[in-house]
Design a protein. Structure first.
Length: 383
């Protein structure tokens, strides 16, 4: 059964096919034999020889031609439909029927609220006490299994690093009750020069109570990397890319410390960051363990409230603070949407359709950030 097209489109398709062109008509479609297909593209031409030759260029068997009416045609479905329409420059014909398909670098990614929530393991409601217990136990069990001696994490003074660090310190304290003096949590301050909100970081450290505190100024290393880039290329490094260099230098330091102290590096990624891809690949996105995974931003706040954190730590305006010319740029300003909107979406609530589309576009475009490096054996990137 075909629907979703008007008479003008249908007649235009017929006219092109009669004229000996390869004519394309995409429409909604339902056939119980193909339950996964919601659209079909009919590639037609009354010149069957021409249609056969055209089909061969895409590996279409001439036996697949439907001759049941005056317009012989191939029925294009699924991946073959996407690939051929892309090659023919007619992908928009398909996108109008799949509002949650996005063409990212020539690839098709299908996403929607249910699939994203399933991928990111988000919940509509949580019990903060239960989540704290689950995540602390996870950290304890994993470090035992890994045979390591604790955790390392950079502390910015924001909500996410404060929460992840507090959970890590709790896990280490409990592990040391079983094996005194065996485990440590290493909190790391990683300023680029002087951090404008250093006071917040110190409040966070006071709340966390880490076993060890290390401070490494990343400015000399970052500036040296930038200078080397300029010397090698004769070109300037953009402020945005330099910001990513800062994030990667911070993670490099943490992995050096972790290797030295035989620890695991923690990450602070949570569902609201994961869905937007709002992290630096191989920077703050690089780690051994992500204890906040699946939590929304507001759920993270709820855990900090349960843990008795100072209100300023979870009410602070979130910022990546990476770009020199945009110090303290709020995440929400950079994203063009609020965490309340993102959290509502991740918790299964309806949000503004324009924000939903923007969010799903970001998720599709940043899929590579949530995957291991792609190999010839991977298929996820094909959509």
């Amino acid at each position: 059964m075909a629907f979703g097209i008007n008479r003008t489109e249908l007649e235009g398709w017929k006219a092109k096919a009669r004229a000996g062109e390869i004519a394309f008509l995409t429409h909604y479609w339902h056939d119980p034999r193909f339950p996964q297909a919601t659209t079909v593209t009919k590639a037609a031409c009354v010149d069957v020889s021409k249609l056969i030759e055209w089909g061969k260029t895409y590996g279409l068997n001439p036996q697949w031609i439907d001759h049941r009416n005056e317009f012989p045609h191939f029925d294009l479905l699924g991946e073959k439909q996407v690939a051929i329409l892309a090659a023919e420059g007619k992908l928009d014909d398909l996108l109008r029927f799949h509002k949650r398909f996005y063409n990212i670098g020539g690839l098709m990614m299908k996403v929607n609220q249910d699939s994203i929530r399933r991928d990111l393991h988000t919940k509509a409601d949580i019990d903060p006490k239960e989540e704290i217990r689950t995540r602390v136990d996870f950290l304890k069990n994993y470090t035992r299994k890994a045979g390591t001696k604790g955790f390392v994490l950079g502390i910015s003074g924001g909500q996410d690093s404060t929460l992840a660090a507090k959970l890590a310190q709790m896990a280490v304290d409990e592990l040391n009750q079983e094996a005194p003096g065996t485990y440590e949590f290493h909190a790391v301050r990683l300023p680029y020069g002087v951090q404008h909100d250093e006071k917040d970081a110190q409040v966070a450290l006071s709340f966390i109570g880490p076993d060890k505190i290390h401070t490494v100024n990343i400015k000399p290393a970052v500036d040296a990397a930038v200078a080397s880039f300029v010397e090698a290329t004769g070109e300037e490094l953009s402020g945005f890319i330099k910001g990513n260099t800062k994030a990667r230098e911070r993670m490099k330091v943490q992995f050096d410390l972790a290797a030295h102290y035989q620890c695991l590096v923690l990450g602070t990624d949570h569902a609201a960051e994961a869905v937007t891809g709002f992290f630096t690949k191989f920077g703050d996105g690089a780690c051994d363990v992500i204890p906040l995974y699946g939590l929304t931003k507001r759920q993270g706040k709820a855990l900090l409230q349960e843990l008795g954190a100072p209100e300023a730590l979870y009410q602070k305006i979130p910022t990546a603070d990476l770009e020199d010319d945009k110090p303290g740029l709020p995440d929400e300003e950079a994203l063009g949407m609020t965490y309340e909107q993102i959290d509502d979406y991740l918790e299964g609530k309806p949000i503004d359709s324009a924000i939903q589309e923007k969010l799903e576009q970001r998720y599709a475009a940043t899929a590579h950030k949530r995957k291991d490096p792609v190999s010839v054996y991977d298929t996820w990137w094909k959509g």
